[in-house]
Write a protein that binds this ligand. Sequence first.
Ligand code: B3K
Ligand code: ZN
Length: 874
Amino acid sequence: MNAVAHPVFRLEDYRQTPYTIPRTELCFNLHPEKTQVQAKLAFTPRQDTPAATPLVLDGDELILVSVAIDGKPLPQNAYSATADRLEIFNPPAAPFTLETTTQINPQANRQLMGLYRSNGIFCTQCEAEGFRRITYFYDRPDVLSVYTVRIEAEAKSCPVLLANGNPRESGALEDGRHYAVWHDPFPKPSYLFALVGGDLEAVHDTFTTAGGKKVALAIYVEKSKGNRALYAMDALKRSMRWDEEAFGREYDLDVFNIVAVSDFNMGAMENKGLNIFNDKYVLADPQTATDADYAGIERVIAHEYFHNWTGDRITCRDWFQLCLKEGLTVYRDQEFSSDQRSRPVVRIGEVRMLAAAQFPEDAGPLAHPVRPRQYAEINNFYTTTIYEKGAEVVRMVHTLLGDTLFRAGMDLYFQRHDGEACTIEDFIACFAETSGRDFSQFMLWYEQAGTPHIKAEFDFDEKGNSLTITLEQSLKSTPGQTEKQPMVLPVRFGLVGADGRDMAFQADNHVEGDVMVLSGKRQSFCFTGLKSRPVPSLLRGFSAPVTIELPLSDKDMAFLARHDSDPVNRWQALNRLLLKTCAQMAQTASAPDEQLVDLIGEIAGDETLDPAFRVMCLSIPSEAEIARVIDHDVDPERIFAAWQGLLAAIAQKHQVHFLALWQNIDRKAPYSPDAASAGKRALANILLDYLARAENAPQRAADAYGKADNMTDRIAALRILAHQFPHAEQTKAALQDFATRFAADPLVMDKWFAVQATRAGADTLEQVQALTEHPLFSYDNPNRVRALIATFAAGSQTGFNRADGKAYDFLAETILMIDKQNPQLASRLLTTMRSWRSLEKNRKGKIKTALEKIAHADRLSRDVNDIVTRMLHE
Ligand code: B3K
Ligand code: ZN
């Protein structure tokens, strides 16, 4: 194992800082290689801070140019400064001002943390610990300060100068330079600091808040891309209105700015009043963005905007509380998307995402609680557990309390904690207080890692017309947690009668309306007054992030897939049957269940159903989902054969029917990204995929590619060609055409890389390796790396898991290379291997060798070292 020992941070070690920083004044003299940062920080000792307590500030790769206290330069023996730490040995006992000047090199900053340049634009990313790469500071979320920021830069290359808060003044300087001053009246932690300088184009708009305040909105993008930011602007205004209506939250500054940059480690960042975005989540027009891109933009714009209250006005006390802002804000963006689109379809998407990403995380070596108790590198905890499972926990609070009490709890949280750095306990206390409910056992959701499993038993008493549902919960051990306690599991349900309607019933007192609240290890719920034997539909709306085992026959399950009044459970019932048949096919090479194949055709043709819902039903579980159900000794080749076999069976059985459905979809209206139009396109495209399988010929997809007048249809046709007919002439021609049309647009070319990287087959590796040499590919840009390398590792199960292990070696080498400049990106790539232990013996051995190679490499970043150590831990 790598010899470098990294410190571990623990929740119980939390202590306040001895000093506070009520005011922060910064002056940036922007220069690509030599930016100087003057910081003037007002420090106040806390009441209980003993005199002469040393002041110890964080830094990272900083060069200290000067340091003074209360205007007097400090003698060398009064302090010590290294690149990552500044200590003032004996600071004044009364409030004092520390002035430092540091020098940094934005051009050389390829970690994309702190101040860096992206395509000539100066921008910042400070969460979680990037501010310390700008100046010495208490770089932790519980130190809130009011910032005033002056930026000076060359006027020609940086006409736009932005920072948090409201603009205060600006003007010309000598030597072709100019300046701008920004002031943010809301105290904030350093991770929310932001600055931008560059030659950008803006789209402007205004928003008048419910309280009548007029806010100037702007989205800044690279030159000539303004017309591609209009949808993002529309999504922003809808988000602002929605937060007023759904949560009573109004915007608070005079301006709200968004800047899109092309080099960004994640989706976007919620800096106060100045959100910085990966341009992937801003830029869209029908020719370059798919319906999924539009939905992603809407979601991320909303998410970052909603952080203004859940994250910025109320922030986290320490990074262990990350889910306080992330889980809650994901819950809020999910509710927004549900209100803007089809609620059940959005929910099914969330359930799929949890099953495909969060459940595997919970089941593997990287499992951690929604609130971890320790970390070696905080950037490794921006996970689907913190975000999506964190959102599920908030959703369960809503399920237990209902709309009114939930809203009352949120109102209390905003009122009581505005301007503070909080903990999960602060948040949950608000709901406990407004509802009078005891949340002590519920807190286990934040403490215990792993996905709870429920085993259900049904016992129907014909004579008494009563039903007893017994639920038993269990939770497997996870790294560092062997003992688990029973949790509070809200199980929303209905009892479906033979006519497909929910039956009326009387229930005992652990049933709250349509929710059984399971809190013991094993508990029975008794229902009386039933007219006949119902089919229980459990976990409606996916009311808890758990797996559930139901004593239902395939016939009952198919009944629910046809008749459940809850669309999420209709889909869920179908999905269970599909997973079961796929797993059986993979394990025994059996044929698919005929009745299930018929059922798929029935739902596909049910015009009373939302097209987007039918698409969810037609998209059979992914290979990764099937692998998760099989759980051990996973052979990706066999799973692929089963997956493909089921698709082929559906396609052949329904060829004529699907052709008629496909031809009947009315596609004459001009492109519009709304959910209803997107649903129709998605239905047409999935039917086209099945038709191509049935015909076993590329021509229909090639024609669709030629006729496509929007990116959704174009990329769908290209995917069919590249995945089903990789060697066909039509495929080569379409790939070539795409590359010619979009060569100047890196974001669009990412789709071209991804389509080729996600096809099945061992030789996909050679194709990916060849594509790394493509002039438009670059290891420096995170979007390119994700499009080609990460999608290959996650999306081509047979390619990545080829039996000779060569793809594992390729990924290991790539990770080590990227780690030298961008550790966050490298460690993200590494997590694609997290389910390695479930593979069959040969592959498991090979992937382990690749992981060990990473573990033994020299000079690993803390990020990669942390992940690889946890992945290999026995
Ligand atoms: N809060 C940021 C994520 C920062 C990630 C730092 N490694 C984006 C978001 O969740 O809104
Ligand atoms: Zn967030």
